[in-house]
Design a protein. Structure first.
Lengths: 322, 322
DNA sequence: GGAGAAATGCTCGTTAGGAGTATAAGTAGA
DNA sequence: TCTACTTATACTCCTAACGAGCATTTCTCC
């Protein structure tokens, strides 16, 4: 939570109901996610910024403000919206004392008819911003670069205690030293790389080790961090709440469902166990239709049982291990 | 998420980077929790309001702003702070068009030397606001009143579909019809009671059924809802992150730990299984000291192993069933 | 010295979930 | 038409996690 630079000392005089409440600009930022062709996509403006806009008095509420203008931009209804995090930046824009409060949201939407590539807004594969987060083919291609960079950073620690600490944090976040990869630690990994100065945004913090920058596109301001937050939240959420369905078409096959979960988690799962899980939770029902196979035996087309939401405090789509 | 009244229609003209960003007052609200004498307490101002204050330019960040003035008020360090939710209310204070954005936080602190009762601020048992949430002695005393009220509300539904829906929501939230009580659904329960007009705050919404109001103290504005949010979050969190320790003294016995968990969850747990869980997770270590028993065989005094935080992506204190 | 209260140790049975084997039913191409 | 390949679907096995009890130990208080 140490996202804000610690510039000023703490103040003591703010039992300040005395002077009138100060006013600040409030901004809404959306991380809008869809899945197409087995890739999770995120909606960007100009390729490297998240859509964002001011919260206005005319808006009915924060959420509807967000909904309104996102739908206007994408011309698609957003099924699911949830608040992510609110933060305040001193740095941002307008000099001295200016302050903006940003409220970020995660939104899920269906795969939509393709929008022209290069257009604004544009859907981008979220792994183009976080290549190391995709481990569906095993360790990603950037892994060696990343490991080298982190090792250099660990080694560059002045005292042994600090070195030990860095070592441990890396081990947990990246699954070094026989630890397992935890797909939910997206934000921790990003923050480590940031601290280690291994990503372009960090070109001012942390003693440079001279190590090269990790592949993976940067984003405007701290939008990449916000995306990391969204990814972490979504990866956690699909395990205990059936939100994946917001990303799928009305009817789908179990494999499609599985591929979507895998795309989000960045991990492959055991097919048979995945099906068992879905079935025993009664999450889907047959439509009677059969999928025109892409190869292999045709699969039943199923649909999400919305009723399940009402029936019980729904456990959710757990995902089995690879 | 339908907390804001739907007054105005959605607006369409807000691709509005054009006109200058509008400015709004930003408020910080704290739900500060402690446990003493096996009761969870929440810090109130004037007995029925949560501490809150404006976010000011002088504050280093949102979190430190909160920390600053809460510590100033309570004269105690807060070990743990996490953001809860941000909302905007049209209604609140200064008429027409005035709008305030409120950012709520959950804070955990140690049991402190008692503050005089009746003082401001004052620590209050959180079950005095939510009597139905304490099921450590089995169903609470208010349960019959509550059940009657809800049944009346269900019956008052115009068409059968609506009736059926209400029935189901109650069954899930309150564990009617042989469903089990889920201690995490604090907010859902509150919202149902609100909708049913069974609590004082709701004295304007929903067709009154004439049923009496449920016992349980109301709070200023929507503070009771925020407290519900905090309770839900905390009850969920203690199951997968070792945050209970923030509420305990430096050294403690396993029973003390258990009682604290039970106090928060509002449920009793199986003692032996609870110990097994704690032990196999290596969450605590012996201090060598022995507790001067209150009755019964003396217990080992243990302390929380802070190291655990670093060692692994810590699973957390799971709690066994009653 | 007996009763009561807690601490602590151990067992048992069920279930969730990880992993693998086997078989069925399509498509694409030789 | 036959073969290879791909995917769907059904079962089996095994282990760890966890809910539920029983039993024993070690105190304090009558």
């Amino acid at each position: 939570m140490s996202r804000e630079p610690s510039v000023l000392p703490a103040v003591q005089d703010h039992a300040a109901e005395a002077h009138a409440a100060e006013v600040l600009a409030v901004n809404l930022i959306a991380v809008l996610v869809a899945v197409s062709e087995d890739q999770p996509r995120v909606l960007t403006i100009g390729g490297s910024a998240l859509p964002s806009g001011p919260f206005e008095l005319a808006h009915r509420s924060l959420q509807s403000g967000l909904r309104d203008w996102v739908e206007q931009q994408t011309h698609h209804p957003i099924g699911y919206v949830e608040q992510l995090y609110t933060f305040a930046d001193r740095d941002r824009g307008g000099g001295e004392g200016a302050r903006m409060v940003s409220i970020s949201y995660l939104g899920l939407t269906r795969e939509r008819p393709a929008v022209a590539v290069g257009a604004t807004p544009e859907w981008r594969d979220w792994y183009s911003f976080f290549p190391w987060e995709d481990r569906r083919q095993g360790a990603s291609a950037v892994e060696p670069t990343l490991k080298t960079g982190l090792r250099a950073w660990i080694a560059s620690a002045a005292d042994p205690a600090l070195r030990r600490e860095r070592e441990q944090r890396c081990a947990i976040a990246f699954g070094f030293d026989s630890q397992v990869w935890n797909e939910e630690l997206v934000l921790q990994r990003y923050e480590l790389l940031f601290e280690a100065g291994l990503i372009p945004e960090a070109r001012h913090a942390a003693p440079q080790t001279g190590a090269q920058t990790i592949p993976g596109q940067a984003m405007t301001g701290d939008h990449r961090r916000i995306l990391a937050t969204a990814m972490a939240r979504l990866r956690a959420k699909i395990k205990y709440r059936p939100v994946v369905f917001e990303l799928l078409p009305e009817t789908f096959t179990l494999l499609q469902l599985q591929r979507s979960v895998e795309a989000l988690a960045g991990l492959l799962v055991h097919k048979q166990n995945f099906r068992r899980l879905i079935e025993q939770q009664n999450l889907v029902e047959d439509t009677g239709a059969i999928a025109t196979a892409t190869g292999g035996r045709p699969a039943k087309l199923v649909r999400f049982r919305r009723a399940i939401q009402a029936e019980r405090a729904v456990a959710g789509t757990k995902l089995p291990r690879p």
